[in-house]
Design a binder for this molecule. Structure first.
Ligand SMILES: *Cc1c(COP(=O)(O)O)cnc(C)c1O
Ligand SMILES: [Zn+2]
Length: 444
């Protein structure tokens, strides 16, 4: 079964002007509003919920690239894309792991962690990037003004773009804030041969520059940041995939760390499609978790979103969400209204100790997922998340991308952090009697 009659278009979220999906625009040319990809809901709804579920389940075991977690749902993502233009590196289908011990501590009925970092470049950005790069590949068949793809990044977007574009043989230009991303994140685009520009500014400064450069049509540079709604289409599959993994049942809550805020919008877009097709009865509640060093959404939430003030983002261990002026604020506000959402924040000390605490239960949390875990604990303490509710945490990156964070934690050398669970290696001579003595003491 392959549905050829479905169509998606671009639509301004402010003035609702519609544009063809093939137009190379990153904001509404009329009013400068953010754009959405809109699907033909009437056509999607003509197919009954059971048929969609069957199709998506069946594709889990189908041939590449439809076996990808994103392209298995192609009709809901980018229906007009030709199969030969799909640029996939096997994204999606990441593990959903139950955390029964911690769920019990928090009096939750169930708690899962969605391990999006178990993927080609080690973060959930692969989900959106496969779609964006595939779309550009198709555009380049007929539009020879596109010369390269570009993004500003806090580390993971650039890693994903560099890998997918290199795989498709498309040039890449990356704007990074100097000294503000991890070593693993930096070496990824370097290895993939991207033009890496390290700027003496922060992410918000890089985002400003990339918007100026990509809006100059003569440059022919295509924007890959999530301001471009093509990214959102891939990223939205994460929530759909979780619900599929729960045998098409929805948990009560999802918690996701937020920076530029494209991903919270994407998550809720996925739920809206599930609700419209009748696959779920109600949209789960969503919490966005921010670092207290970069918390403009949290501040706006405290004010019922009546006002929004960008902040100057301060240095935080959660460097991928160190963003003071999120481009997708309006999308996030809409998403939180649809999902009766809330926002919470975490300090450096809270996030670092939370990561270490859960690492002792076998996790290896990146700092952003730790921010989400702190949000869970706080929302539970405030009784916003209730006893016996079920929660899914979106883990956005692999802990191995943030080894400096782990190493410095266990040396108790992180700013503003009192490392409660620091664990140091014991240096010993190769003497088995002495070693036995130490082991006995340790296991007491
Ligand atoms: C990009 C990213 C986020 C935040 O996503 P936004 O869409 O910018 O809100 C969170 N965690 C990690 C690890 C990321 O790379
Ligand atoms: Zn408009």
């Amino acid at each position: 079964m392959y549905h050829k009659n479905l169509q998606a278009h671009l639509e301004c979220m402010e003035c609702h002007t519609k544009y063809d999906i093939t137009e190379v625009i990153f904001r509404c040319p009329k009013c400068n509003g953010l754009l959405d990809v809109r699907h033909n809901l009437e056509a999607i709804k003509k197919i009954p919920a059971n048929q969609w579920k069957e199709l998506f389940d069946q594709r889990l075991l189908t041939e590449f690239p439809f076996s990808s977690g994103v392209w298995g749902k192609k009709e809901w993502v980018l229906p007009q894309l030709k199969k030969e233009n799909i640029v996939s590196m096997g994204e999606g289908h990441t593990p959903l792991i139950p955390l029964p011990k911690y769920a019990k501590e928090l009096h939750l009925s169930e708690l899962w962690i969605k391990q999006c970092g178990v993927s080609h470049t080690g973060s959930f950005k692969d989900l959106g990037m496969t779609v964006l790069v595939s779309h550009v590949k198709q555009l380049m068949e007929t539009n020879n003004s596109i010369k390269a793809i570009s993004c500003a990044s806090t580390g993971d977007t650039s890693a994903a773009l560099a890998a997918y574009a290199a795989y498709a043989n498309i040039p890449v230009i990356i704007f990074l804030p100097q000294n503000k991303i991890s070593l693993a994140q930096l070496i990824q685009p370097i290895s993939n041969g991207a033009i890496v520009l390290s700027l003496e500014t922060d992410f918000d400064g890089c985002m400003q520059i990339v918007q100026e450069i990509t809006s100059d049509k003569e440059m022919g540079i295509y924007l890959a940041n999530s301001m471009n709604p093509l990214r959102i289409e891939g990223q939205k599959t994460v929530g759909i995939e979780v619900i599929q993994q729960l045998r098409w049942n929805s948990p009560d809550w999802f918690i996701i760390p937020g920076g530029n805020l494209g991903n919270v919008s994407a998550l809720v877009e996925g739920f809206v499609l599930l609700k419209e097709t009748g696959i779920i009865d109600s949209i789960p509640r969503v919490a966005v978790a921010q670092s207290s060093k970069a918390n403009p959404l949290y501040k706006s939430f405290l004010n019922q979103f009546k006002t929004f003030e960008p902040v100057k983002a301060q240095t935080t261990l959660a460097s991928a969400i160190q963003i003071g002026n999120p481009v997708s604020f309006k999308r996030a506000k809409r998403a939180l209204e649809i999902s009766r959402g809330v926002v919470e924040e975490a300090t450096e000390d809270e996030l670092a100790n939370m990561a270490a605490y859960l690492d002792r239960m076998g996790m290896f949390l990146d700092p952003h997922t730790a921010v989400a875990m702190v949000a869970l604990q706080k929302l539970k303490n405030k009784d916003i998340i209730k006893n016996n509710e079920s929660v899914v945490i979106i883990s956005t990156a692999h802990g191995l991308k943030f080894t400096e964070f782990k190493v410095n934690y266990h040396k108790n050398q992180l700013n503003e952090v009192q490392a409660k669970y620091a664990n140091s290696p014991i240096i010993l001579p190769p003497d088995s009697e002495k070693i036995k003595e130490i082991i006995r003491q340790k296991l007491l």
